[in-house]
Design a protein around this ligand. Sequence first.
Ligand SMILES: NC(=O)c1ccc[n+]([C@@H]2O[C@H](COP(=O)([O-])OP(=O)(O)OC[C@H]3O[C@@H](n4cnc5c(N)ncnc54)[C@H](O)[C@@H]3O)[C@@H](O)[C@H]2O)c1
Length: 253
Amino acid sequence: MLELKGKVAVVTGGSRGIGKGICEVLAEQGADIAILDILEEDGNKTASELAEKNVKASFYNCDVTNKEKVDQDIAQIIKDFGQIDILVNDAGFDKIELFLKLDPSWWDKIIDLNYKHFIYTNHAVLPHMVERKSGRIINIGSDAGRGGSTGEAVYSGAKGAVIAFTKTIAREFARFQITSNCVCPGPTVTPMTIAQADEDFAGKINRAVEGAIPLRRLGQPRDIANAVAFFASEEAGYITGQILSVSGGLTMF
Ligand SMILES: NC(=O)c1ccc[n+]([C@@H]2O[C@H](COP(=O)([O-])OP(=O)(O)OC[C@H]3O[C@@H](n4cnc5c(N)ncnc54)[C@H](O)[C@@H]3O)[C@@H](O)[C@H]2O)c1
């Protein structure tokens, strides 16, 4: 078991879905957890479930596309928890539609959440990690950002940007013993994908992809979380700038 006792992890998008799975696995390994999310009821529920695992856990109602609010809440978390050792950027969403059919009003929303948010949180947390000469950053990308994905052109571009950003941060901050890695989920069962399954086009794509997964099942949040926990651990201290797909073998980059 990877030991994270005494570590403090910030998880964006931790209220539900993959982010919640990440919070659970990190907490089971002893980490205290600060959740940044906009779903207050779910976030408070997740935080109280985590507290039952004998760790400190708090929810911060934060729209991570708002840079000022991110700066404010990261400063508050450092006050409340004393330090930040691990930053996991998970919040994200997509509106699945063919590129020419997607209304341009979606473009900025998709880019703000799936790329700019990662810039904001990294920028807010890195000075603190540099000062402490240690840190683990794990960004949740997507295989759409590695191989492209029909119906997800703008999202794929944003996730591709996250991958390049992860590597550059890894290069710039390695001398401070800060690592930056990216976990790319394949199709994973979460409230987001369950909602998409009701949409005609997105549902069709999701069902088609499921049959093509070599390990013969969709991912679960904890499948992704286990990879995140490894990158967050002391044991992964010599691994940085890496992109890991967790997709049941659907993609083999
Ligand atoms: N589920 C999949 O199949 C899949 C595949 C590849 C990548 N991903 C990525 O995994 C991550 C999690 O996806 P999920 O399926 O768990 O989605 P989800 O919708 O179930 O959970 C996303 C979480 O992010 C939060 N969030 C959304 N906008 C926010 C904002 N502005 N500020 C703060 N929090 C916000 C939501 O409230 C929610 O708690 C995303 O980055 C997504 O792109 C998911």
